[in-house]
Each structure stands twice: as C-alpha cells, then as structure tokens.
Design a protein around this ligand. Structure first.
Ligand SMILES: Nc1nc2c(c(=O)[nH]1)N[C@H]1C(S)=C(S)[C@@H](COP(=O)(O)O)O[C@H]1N2
Ligand SMILES: [Mo]
Length: 222
C-alpha cells in the first residue's frame, strides 16, 4: 500500500530539514560580503584584473596618424572615408566602460574618447536591409557584429584611453570599443567598416568563437 511509504518519506524529509536547520544555525555559506554589487558587475566566469593585457595576432601595425584612414561602405546610403584630421573634426564623445575578455579577465572603468557609433550611423545612413557589420583592421583581422549592437550609445571608435592617445599595442591610432560584447569584437587598428544584409564570420568567429559574444550570456564559443 502507498501508506507504507509515508513513514519512510517522513524520515527522509525530517533529515533534510534537520540539515537545513543546522546550516541556518551555523550561518553556512554566508560570506559576510556586501550585497553582490561586484558580482552583478562581473559576468559569469570572469575575474577582475588591474593591468591591461595585450592580445592580438602578433602583428602590430606601426601606423602613423598621417597614414591612417577609415573607409565605411557596403549597405549604406552615404559611404565615406575619413583621414585622421577628418576623423578628429567629428564631434567627440567620452565614455567610461568595463572590458570583458573571453580569456576571462575583466578591466573596470576604462575612460575612452573618440567618435560615437551613433554619429557615424547618422552620417552614413544604413540602408533598411543592413543588419550586420564587419570590421577590418590593418593587421588583417576581421570581426562581425549585429548592427543593433553597434548602435548602442556606449560604442565608440576610440583614439584615447585614460586621457592619453591609444598606444600602438592597444590598437592606435583608432580601435573599436563595444563594451557589452567580449573584447575580441573590439577591433584594433581599424581600417574599414562594411555594412552587410547577411551575417558573415570574422577571424575568431571562423575559428569557433561565438557569433555574437555577449559576456552576460557567456557566449564564448559556438
Ligand atoms: N586588429 C585586431 N583587433 C583585435 C585583435 C587582433 O588580433 N587584431 N584581437 C582581439 C582580441 S581577441 C582581444 S581580447 C582584444 C585585445 O585588446 P587589447 O590588446 O587592447 O587588450 O582585441 C581584439 N581586437
Ligand atoms: Mo580576446
């Protein structure tokens, strides 16, 4: 009869309750940490670092500002090409944001200055079919992002970090900064942006990295 199970079930349940009561008495798993502000800021699987690691393919182009230019084309109404002076003549935007690298380090409070993605979009006017972008860099690197991610108001084409010109190692003269995606999406030594109606993988996306790369969803690999 089913009734036979009741005492056994009752005993198991009592044991669980006892254990839980004991944990409550001992304050088990209490860390004494402040409410999880730090954890809300740190995506899953990441740890905070104070320095700023350099990560790239090992070919760090030595570009003088005079030799640098940025071409923007593809599915846009008004393609454009900026040299350094034309780029710097654009309205300048400052943003402070966190870096999250897929290799698990995060670096807080990076002060960037540059031209906002919003400004660029106002000028080139993506066609209705444009849904993705490809960044192309002077070292041959490429990476793709959805247009909706690029259109975020914290996205910059940055030339300065913490009030200083962006160093060659970190992508100077100009790099992309997309704070809400893993840092491999933030192309260094930016050379061109192509708007596309269809998605296409970039350098790491072809090698097993996730297509979108949202650190809060832990979209590291495909
Ligand atoms: N042009 C270019 N951009 C690049 C890369 C690269 O190899 N070439 N590496 C990406 C990767 S994997 C990361 S984690 C970040 C590292 O940027 P940092 O060296 O400034 O930390 O740049 C990204 N942008
Ligand atoms: Mo990376």
């Amino acid at each position: 009869m089913a009734g036979d199970d009741v005492p056994l079930f009752g005993r198991i349940r009592d044991k669980l309750v006892e254990t839980k009561q004991a944990w409550a008495r001992d304050g088990r798993a209490l860390t004494g940490e402040a409410p999880s502000a730090a954890r809300r800021r740190l995506p899953p699987g990441q740890h905070e670092t104070m320095d700023w690691p350099v990560l790239d393919l090992g070919l760090s182009p030595n570009l003088q500002r005079e030799d640098w230019s940025l071409s923007i084309g593809g599915a846009v109404e008004a393609p454009l090409k900026w040299d350094w002076n034309q780029f710097m003549a654009q309205p300048q935007t400052e943003r402070v944001s966190d870096i999250h690298c897929v290799t698990t380090w995060s670096r807080y409070d990076n002060a960037w200055k540059g031209v906002s993605a919003r400004r660029l979009l106002d000028l080139v006017r993506p066609r209705p079919e444009a849904r993705f972008l490809m960044f192309r860099s002077f070292d041959g690197y490429t990476t793709n992002v959805p247009l909706a991610r690029f259109a975020d108001d914290d996205v910059l084409l940055a030339h300065s970090w913490q009030g200083e010109p962006l160093s060659r190692d970190h992508g100077g003269p100009v790099r992309v900064v997309i704070p809400k995606l893993y840092f491999w999406k933030s192309a260094k030594w930016l050379r061109a942006i192509t708007f596309m109606d269809k998605d296409a993988p970039g350098y790491w996306e072809m090698r097993g990295y996730h297509d979108e790369g949202d650190p809060w969803q832990e979209e590291r690999y495909r």
